[in-house]
Design a protein around this ligand. Structure first.
Ligand code: PLP
Length: 359
């Protein structure tokens, strides 16, 4: 019968009537850009995240670019980030004309390793951009202790505990993320009012009052329709994130053996992905594929070895922990509401496949 890697529709299906009503309201209002739905969502998201303000925008990639622009990061500046993350993290740095500097990751959490960050800091380092990878909070306290501005790429971690405490944190509402829109959307959590004001201008052509243009900005906005959908989803996020944590616990109980991920009680992890590691990853993935079970393998090749970033001069071997993770990771079916029966089927296929593997 098949199990998808992520079942977005299973999460919003029970809300269909509410979503249709909200869409009808927007149609009636005739108001599609900015307006009360967008403002209300920004307030509700700030309250949820516990940051001073939020500024919405068109997607998570724009959120990163806008955040760096608002912090005056550009040519000649270095920004330290991981290479085991979605391409947009480093692309946004390069898009600003700044230089992505890759720091290796921790082999267990797969998040950026503060000791590796320390080795990469130079006089030109303008910011550090940790990623809360797969929904697991990066070690923010240690990263913030370097005293440089921190831009949290939180695209995979809406609702994770202890995040969004830095000057800016960026979010994506791409449909597979923990909090999603029914299309593209993005948000920046901000803890500095001057930066928030600048972001509000930058997302609208660098303008405050629509007649004068004070910066060379962007056109990057969250639609009113998407804001109204997000306002319906946001109150369900605690339940969905709890369901993800419970599902992660079940994967462990169902007997993944050596494949099991870190314990579920790890502070704040919201399991955007449930990621296991194996040196036999490709065989396990093939077995899942043959059984009609969705999976994902991430960031292979990692960012420092991507053709668009070859000008940075990295070589294979430069980030050994990252490169090993790219070869070994396997992300299993996970969403808010995946059933125990579905998970049991996944585990069954993996156990049979690993029994067949040479030991
Ligand atoms: C999804 C994602 C982005 C980009 O978000 P979009 O909304 O697709 O532009 C950036 N960084 C990370 C880590 C992501 O997972």
């Amino acid at each position: 019968m098949g199990i998808p890697h992520v079942d977005v529709k299973a999460q919003y299906a029970p809300l269909m009537d509410q979503l249709k009503a909200a869409f009808a309201d927007t149609l009636e209002s005739g108001r599609f850009i900015f307006g009360p739905e967008v403002e209300a969502f920004e307030r509700e998201a700030a309250a949820y995240l516990g940051c001073a303000e939020t500024v919405s925008c068109a997607n998570g990639t724009d959120a990163l670019v806008l955040a760096m622009d608002a912090l005056d990061i550009g040519p000649g500046d270095e920004v330290i980030c991981p290479a085991f993350t979605f391409y947009a993290t480093a692309e946004a740095i390069a898009r600003r004309g700044a230089t992505p500097v890759f720091a290796d990751i921790d082999p267990v959490s797969l998040n950026i390793d503060p000791a590796e960050v320390a080795r990469k800091i130079t006089a030109n380092t303008k910011a550090i951009m940790p990623v809360h990878l797969f929904g697991r909070p990066a070690p923010l306290a240690e990263i913030q202790a370097f005293g440089l501005p921190v831009i949290e790429d939180s695209a995979q971690a809406f609702g994770a505990a202890g995040i969004a405490t830095s000057v800016v944190s960026t979010f994506s509402f791409f449909p597979t993320k923990n909090l999603f829109a029914l299309g593209d959307g993005g948000l920046i959590g901000v803890n500095d009012p001057a930066v928030a004001e600048r972001l509000r201008m930058l997302r609208f052509h660098g303008s405050r009052a629509k007649k004068t243009f004070e910066y060379v900005g962007y056109n990057s906005r969250l639609d009113a329709v998407q804001a109204s959908m997000l306002r319906i989803f946001l109150p369900h996020l605690p339940t969905w994130n709890t369901q993800r944590r419970e599902a992660a616990g079940r994967y462990a109980e169902l007997g993944l053996g050596d494949l099991v991920e870190l314990p579920v009680d790890e502070a704040g992890h919201v399991y955007h992905m449930y990621c296991v590691r194996s040196s036999e990853r490709d065989q396990l993935a093939a077995a899942l594929g043959a059984a009609g079970i969705g999976f994902a393998v991430y960031y292979d090749p990692p960012l420092h070895l991507q053709p668009a970033l070859a000008y940075l001069g990295y070589k294979p071997g430069d980030l050994p922990v990252t490169e090993q993770a790219a070869l070994e990771n396997l992300c299993l079916p996970m969403w808010g509401g995946i059933s125990e029966a579905q998970q049991a089927e996944v585990v069954d296929v993996l156990r049979k496949a690993s029994a067949l593997l040479p030991t």
